[in-house]
Design a protein around this ligand. Structure first.
Ligand SMILES: *Cc1c(COP(=O)(O)O)cnc(C)c1O
Length: 413
């Protein structure tokens, strides 16, 4: 059984008709599959089974507590980019000792709190940040485990999808300066050097830039070893790109096999987000109105850019499936647009679909960077999230109410 597939003309989530879920929980709706989350995580786990490793799920891709709890139950670690995400992990039953803390702007308060809680490693993104971690650790009388996030400066020209990332890269430390940081850390009694880390981008669909980055990191590790600085783990950053629309992408197990073949007995950390939850979610929205101008056909749906930002933000493509086609549907090339007052508010463009008002449309591969990027723009309550497992389902985040949205606001007087 496919996670999201048609049965008798109706899209199902595992064994549950999506139409039933829409009736029970309302529209728009995010729907997740528990088994898909688990099997995606297992692909990394199996590929790494013979190597010391820690899978640190990237919380920002989908931070719902139910998702985190499923992964915590599998024994996953987590990659967090704020103290808020660390608290989510703990609330979901995750182990903070299996958490790495990434991000370029860790505040003093965040560093203090994370040190107090006790995490696996700080992924250091600048010398100033390392100095700050050092002084906080000193003042607290604890030792901070650190890894420097290096910028491996992978040839961007041949790999278009990361070239923008490199030009304006705020992340990481270039490899030459990294050496200096490691020397400094090694000489400090409040820091413990544990790893080397890189993350060169997301939705990477070719393995060669990843391998180039790996080679540069291994070269650094050898240099460090020659100076007597021992590295315990190598963090290879995010996971592989996923298939949004006949996307040729990287096979997880062969990629990991390639990595393992080069790293010896180093512990491998990997921080996948998209490839764990992306395919495990759909966003379902209802067609409110069909509107055919002279040369454009619009389906105005109840979901919008505040619910699913990726199309507006990245021009991202999510496949659109009509949950159950109705006989009175009109076949055409439709733009699916939301009610938000922005021309950039679209969910999908120029899709050949047969649509009627009242139909539900599912946008697939919407489990990652989808709900987690949603907002309340236009005073729109964030939608509900539902988890499905076989024929079971329940709400894992209630739909917000309008009253909640301005609860914290006050009239100035
Ligand atoms: C976002 C992010 C990830 C996750 O990347 P995916 O492509 O979703 O696997 C991993 N590591 C860091 C540091 C990130 O910022």
């Amino acid at each position: 059984m496919n996670t999201f597939s048609f049965n008798d003309g109706v899209l199902h989530a595992e064994s549950v008709p999506v139409t039933d879920l829409m009736e029970q929980y309302g529209s728009p709706l995010y729907i997740y599959s528990k088994s898909e989350v688990e099997s995606n995580w297992q692909q990394y786990s199996q590929a790494l089974s013979d190597q010391p490793h820690l899978i640190c799920y990237s919380v920002k891709s989908n931070s719902n507590l139910a998702v985190l709890n499923i992964l915590a139950n599998l024994g996953s670690g987590f990659d967090v980019v704020s103290i808020g995400e660390l608290h989510r992990v703990i609330s979901a039953g995750g182990d903070p000792a299996k958490c790495v803390f990434s991000g370029v702007g860790k505040t003093l308060a965040e560093i203090q709190e994370a040190l107090g809680i006790g995490i696996y490693c700080f992924n250091i993104e600048s010398e100033s940040e390392m100095d700050r971690v050092l002084s906080v650790a000193e003042s607290m009388g604890v030792i901070a485990p650190i890894s420097v996030r290096v910028n491996p400066d992978v040839d961007a020209k041949t790999h278009h999808y990361i070239s923008t990332g490199l030009k304006e890269n705020k992340f990481g430390v270039d490899i030459e300066s990294a050496l200096g940081l490691y020397r400094k850390a090694e000489n400090s009694s409040s820091l413990r050097v544990c790893g080397v880390d890189y993350h060169i981008g997301s939705q990477i669909t070719e393995v060669s830039p990843l391998m180039d980055a790996l080679d540069k990191a291994l070269e650094l590790i050898r240099k460090l070893a020659s100076e007597g600085i021992k590295i315990e783990h190598l963090d290879i950053g995010g996971g592989v790109g996923i298939n949004y629309d006949n996307t040729q992408t990287i096979n997880i197990s062969s990629y990991i096999k390639d990595v393992i073949s080069r790293v010896g007995d180093l512990e491998i950390l990997v921080e996948p987000g998209r490839s764990i939850v992306g395919s495990a979610g759909i966003f379902v929205t209802k067609v409110e109105y069909l509107k055919q101008n002279s040369n454009k056909s619009f389906a105005i749906v109840d979901g919008a850019m505040n619910d699913l930002l990726r199309p507006s933000l990245y021009n991202a493509h999510h496949n659109a499936l009509v949950v159950q086609e109705s006989v009175e549907g009109i076949s055409g090339n439709w733009d699916l647009v939301g009610p938000v007052c922005e021309t950039g508010d679209f969910i999908a463009k120029d899709r050949h679909l047969t649509l009627a008002e009242g139909d539900y449309v599912a946008l697939t591969s919407a489990g990652a960077y989808s709900f987690s990027m949603s907002s309340n723009y236009n005073t729109r309550p964030r939608v509900a999230e539902v988890m499905v497992s076989k024929n079971q389902h329940s709400v894992v985040r209630e739909r917000e109410t309008v009253a909640e949205l301005f609860n914290n606001e006050k009239i100035f007087e």
